[in-house]
Structures are given as C-alpha cells and as structure tokens.
Design a protein around this ligand. Structure first.
Ligand code: G4F
Length: 328
C-alpha cells in the first residue's frame, strides 16, 4: 500500500532532499507551503523544481492553526515530517518573537491538529544540536542536558519538549531528530558554509576580492543534508518512538572550513578571509560534536560523505553555477 507523507518545509534544503528520498521509496508526497510562495514559484520552488510534478503542495502557514487544521481535515497521512522553521540562529537574536511564534506555536498547532484529526500519523520533529548550546559534555548525545544560547535554540528545546509531551501524554508516535549541522549545495546563502563556498567561487572567478566572516574559531560537526534525511525516515519506521542524535562525530572550526574550501581551488584563505565583528553573535555556541552511536546501532544509519567531500561538492557546485552566470 502506498504510504502518504506530509512535509512541512518541503521547499527548504532538507525538505527537498527528503521529498526526493520518499519519492524514490514509493511514497505519495505532500508539502505544506506558504501561500506567498505560489506567487513566486521560480525562486521559492527552486530546490524542488525537478520533482514539482510528483509532489502535491498545499498552502498553509505555521502561524495559523486553522490553515493547518484545514489541510489535515481533508487528508490522512501516515507520516508527517515537521521541518519548517525560522532556522537562522543570527536572525533569532534580531526577532526572537517571530522565531518563537513560528517554531514553538507552529509545532504546537501541528501536533494539536494531528492529535484531533490524524492521531495515528507518525510525527518527526526537526530538533537541533543548538539545543545543547553551552555544552555540558563531549561528545553530545541524547542524554546530554540542554543549555540553549539563542532564541532559536530555546524554541527548538520547546518544540522538542512538546513532541515528547505528545508522545507521553497522548501515546502518539512522535520522534525528534537532534541533527547536527548539515549542509550541501542547496544550503541557504546566510549559513556560514554556503557563504564560504559562494565566496570561494566569486574570488576564484574574479568577482570578489575578499570574504568577510564572523567568529572563525567556532567549531561545528558538519555533515551532508543528503545523508541526514534517511535518518528522519528510519526514525518513523521503528517499533517505538524515540529521539536520536544524527552527527558525524567530528568537529571542525569555521577557519578549517575556509582553509579547505579555498585550498580546493588552489588558493590560500589567509589572502582573502577577513574576520568581521559585525557577524559575531551576542552569545555563541563555541563547540559542537555529536555522538550518533544510537542512530547507528538502532537505525542502522551511516553517512556516506566526509568533511572533505562535503566541502568539495559545495565549492564545485557554486563554481559551476557562477561560471554559468546562475545564482542559486
Ligand atoms: O552556519 P551557521 O549560521 O549555523 P548554526 O548557527 O550552527 O545553525 C545551523 O545549524 C543548526 C544545527 O546545529 C541548525 F539547527 C540551525 O537551524 C542552522 O542550520 O553558523 C555556524 C557557525 C556559528 O558559530 C557562527 O557564529 O559559524 C559562525 N560564523 C562565523 N562567521 C558565521 C559567520 N555564521 C554565519 N551564518 N555567517 C558568518 O559570516
């Protein structure tokens, strides 16, 4: 029997990779999309352009309970992947209120509507390693206490707790993936890895002379988003709902990312990268490194990319699209 999945955030990096993954597995894939996106399909649907014929898009907003209720009252789903969020940490310092609105209320609206209309639907919540924030142990795992350092991190802790509460209070099959940073050529331009790969492409092609970056010493556990979406799916195929860390178990600084990205095109990052305090955050998450042993043992999950192949793919992709005069 064909399974039906609903993805919120289907137009984003993770949503687009997940849609592809589920389509290959024979799912009927539906996506919740903001109404305004339909007015600018060329730009807003750029990451799912190649699968637009195969997915069904429904207009709804994370800020509106009734819009989600309407979508869920028309159709029943086997699985719901809740990926939509205000996901840029720096922006959450500028407008914590709207971050809370989308990320906390949006999650609550969706869970409440599912509970009422489709309680058997399996639910995935996109948790984040930002929940660990000022880390209490190394590496971070499912039992590590949270200490978020931004409104974004706080909103993800609230979403995680809501998800756990719906599991415990109502017996719903609700899981959270605690995903560490995951990147790729479809990453938004505001995130540091994409900012670097785009910067390298511009410098290499003579379109820029420098790249201004914030804290070069921050360390992250970076994997490839394409590797991480199968873990979301696997979580919802288990006998019991649970929470899982998904990470590479390796940490690299922003400086190391710059070094690897520039050296891939034969340049020395020291000649181009300038540290600019305007990109510093009021409170920083200094170091993240995840322990994905549980996901590996229980889900059989394994990544295929390394730090080096991730960096190369991102830089090559931006070089290619910039050489063609495209901006993606
Ligand atoms: O790429 P970032 O903006 O990602 P961040 O803040 O780690 O969050 C990402 O990963 C989380 C998972 O842990 C997700 F939940 C979240 O939604 C998002 O996808 O910044 C990474 C690091 C930070 O320490 C930041 O201060 O890079 C540092 N950085 C240094 N210069 C910069 C810059 N970040 C950005 N965006 N831009 C800079 O110029």
């Amino acid at each position: 029997m064909t399974k039906k999945a609903l993805i919120t955030g289907i137009t984003g990096q993770d949503g687009s990779y997940l849609a592809e993954h589920l389509l290959v597995m024979g799912y009927e894939v539906h996506g919740l999309v903001r109404r305004v996106a339909f007015e600018d399909p060329e730009r807003r649907f750029s990451r799912i352009r190649h699968v637009l014929q195969d997915v069904q898009l429904r207009p709804a907003s994370l800020e509106s309970f009734s819009s989600m209720f309407q979508v869920l009252s028309r159709e029943k789903f086997d699985e719901c992947y809740h990926l939509a969020a205000q996901s840029f940490v720096a922006e959450s310092f500028d407008d914590g209120f709207s971050t809370f609105n989308s990320n906390i209320n949006g999650t609550h609206y969706l869970l409440a509507a599912l509970r009422q209309l489709n309680p058997d639907c399996r639910f995935y919540f996109a948790g984040s390693s930002e929940m660990f924030g000022k880390v209490r142990e190394m590496p971070q795992k499912e039992t590590t206490p949270f200490h978020p350092r931004s409104p974004y991190g706080i909103s993800k802790v609230a979403g995680f707790e809501l998800t756990r509460n719906y599991r415990e209070a109502y017996g719903m099959f609700c899981c959270s993936g605690i995903l560490f940073n995951h990147e790729g050529p479809r990453r938004g331009h505001e995130f540091v890895t994409r900012k670097i790969s785009l910067g390298v492409a511009r410098v290499k092609l003579g379109k820029a002379k420098e790249l201004r970056i914030g804290n070069l010493e921050a360390r992250r556990d970076w994997g490839h988003a394409k590797d991480y979406v199968p873990a979301m799916h696997l979580m919802l195929q288990q006998d019991e709902p649970d929470d899982y860390v998904v990470a590479m178990g390796e940490t690299h600084s922003v400086r190391e990312f710059c070094e690897a990205a520039f050296s891939h095109v034969g340049l020395n990052y020291l000649d181009y990268v300038l540290e600019d305090p305007q990109f510093y955050r009021p409170a920083e998450v200094d170091l993240l490194i995840g322990d994905a042993s549980k996901a590996k043992t229980k889900l059989g999950w394994e990544p295929t990319y390394t730090f080096e192949t991730l960096v190369k793919e991102m830089v090559d992709s931006d070089l290619e699209s910039h050489s063609r005069g495209e901006r993606s």
